[in-house]
Design a protein. Structure first.
Length: 57
């Protein structure tokens, strides 16, 4: 994984990061949308609702 942009910009209540990953898009999407995979890759997930405006904890 390499960083495209190593800065985080806050716009309102959101923080955005850009990464360049060597994995296929389908594998990355699964890692972001399946809580058990997200926990392995990033952090333990308490609340995982994929909807506009939903909180992520």
């Amino acid at each position: 994984m390499s960083f495209q942009d190593t800065t985080a910009t806050a716009q309102g209540e959101a923080i955005s990061f850009e990464f360049e990953l060597s994995h296929p898009p389908a594998k990355v999407w699964r890692a972001l949308t399946e809580p058990e995979l997200l926990s392995e890759w990033l952090l333990p997930v308490v609340n995982h609702k994929l909807a506009t405006g939903a909180e992520f904890t």
